[in-house]
Design a protein around this ligand. Sequence first.
Ligand SMILES: Cc1cc2nc3c(=O)[nH]c(=O)nc-3n(C[C@H](O)[C@H](O)[C@H](O)COP(=O)(O)OP(=O)(O)OC[C@H]3O[C@@H](n4cnc5c(N)ncnc54)[C@H](O)[C@@H]3O)c2cc1C
Ligand code: SF4
Length: 455
Amino acid sequence: MSDDDTPLWLFADQLSPRIYGGEHAHREVLLVESTSALGRRRSHRQKLHLVLSALRHAEADLGDRATLIHADTYTEALRGYGRPVLVCEPTSHDAERFVARLRRDGLVAEVLPTPTFAVPRAEFGVWAGARKRFRLEDFYRQQRRRFGVLMDGDEPDSPPVGGRWNFDTENRESPPKGAATLDVPPPFWPEEDDIDAGVRRDLDAMDLNTVGVDGPRLFAVTPAEATEALRCFVTDRLPLFGRYEDAMLGGDWAMAHSLLSVPLNFGVLHPLDAVHAAERAYRDDLAPLAAVEGFIRQILGWREYMWQLYWHFGPEYLDNNSLGAHTPLPDWWSDLDADAVDAECLREALDGVRTRGWAHHIQRLMILGSHGLQRGYQSRELSDWFASSFVDGFAWVMPTNVIGMSQHADGGLLATKPYTSGGAYINKMSNHCRSCRFDPKKRLGPDACPFTAGY
Ligand SMILES: Cc1cc2nc3c(=O)[nH]c(=O)nc-3n(C[C@H](O)[C@H](O)[C@H](O)COP(=O)(O)OP(=O)(O)OC[C@H]3O[C@@H](n4cnc5c(N)ncnc54)[C@H](O)[C@@H]3O)c2cc1C
Ligand code: SF4
């Protein structure tokens, strides 16, 4: 066991008050800006901004408790610091191996379980047992029961609120006819401060392999900002979240989505806080059940499920390529060159990634992922592309979303069917086709829609 005053080392995706507060509130906190880690792989410029901004804001918030070390590598930082540290289980296979080595070298005193997800990893192993096929619905219902979320009563056989577990059918509306934007209040926008200005200056001066453009910081990176972002979402936007969850509008990049993946993935927002806030909105009659269930399904269902399956399937899962997809990614795709694209739906999604490092779920799945699937893009390269190009991309979230859900490269371990469509679906769910030079109904000819032709 560690000494009681052993300091706590936090990676940039572990900046959670649940880690450094409570029983650990007396400990010193070590934060590291590692130049090697920043430059290890290509990253969206705005993702690097978020990482440094989150670390430096954590240092400012923690005051005298925190030491932020700038070093080439984590090892160099820990050696320079001179005291063994506690660290929570990191969030990737590579980082887990690295931390195990640091422990052998005496630089890490103890590895603690990570409290930044709702379901403990050991518990998932019991649920998974000897299963060969994994279906979200089974896992999700178990978590609703376990955490007593949207349940009518607390007996083991209590029914779900509203008598149904699933409101997906109510959550698939086309966008309002003729609308350029959803009639919904804007999301929370963080105010940039001197820390952000310093981060921008430092990144400008560094020689890093980035993709995408710089832009104002759009996502919460501190617990205070995350609380405000969650409050704004639940109060203003959650009521419309479900209905238009799958809809796309050219003039409205955020639609009624929560924009909470960044604070969740950095650890500054706990998933159960988001789930409980949404349930409260339903119980207080401030949001309809279908919207609230749809949102809770994303967090307590999909997000937890993807995290757990990342560990369960292991690092080899990334090598799956059951559909034999071997096309190398074209340069315009890798470089996010949206101007090189004629297909309006694809241009819009790629432009969102270039401009903000973000696109909403249906663009990731049914536009970007579907394009990759139809063109046979090499699955692992595509997974790396998503990780590099998105501000919320982390090692744990990519394999199951890209290899499993989007590319069906795992032979159906995770999803019953590949997610792809022709132009008819995109035309129904968006306003893109109206301004596109292709015709969603045509499969052949110069104006054939590439999605219809590829389907
Ligand atoms: C091909 C592909 C790649 C993706 N890459 C990422 C990624 O790099 N990082 C990431 O966090 N999510 C990823 N997702 C999941 C999802 O698209 C994003 O979490 C979501 O679009 C983020 O926007 P939001 O916060 O407004 O989400 P909302 O639409 O408001 O949903 C609420 C929350 O649910 C969670 N969530 C929903 N679905 C998933 C899922 N399948 N996996 C994990 N979390 C989920 C997210 O935390 C999200 O913030 C990916 C999905 C696909 C199909
Ligand atoms: S016509 Fe086809 S390519 Fe153009 S926006 Fe519609 S679905 Fe996309």
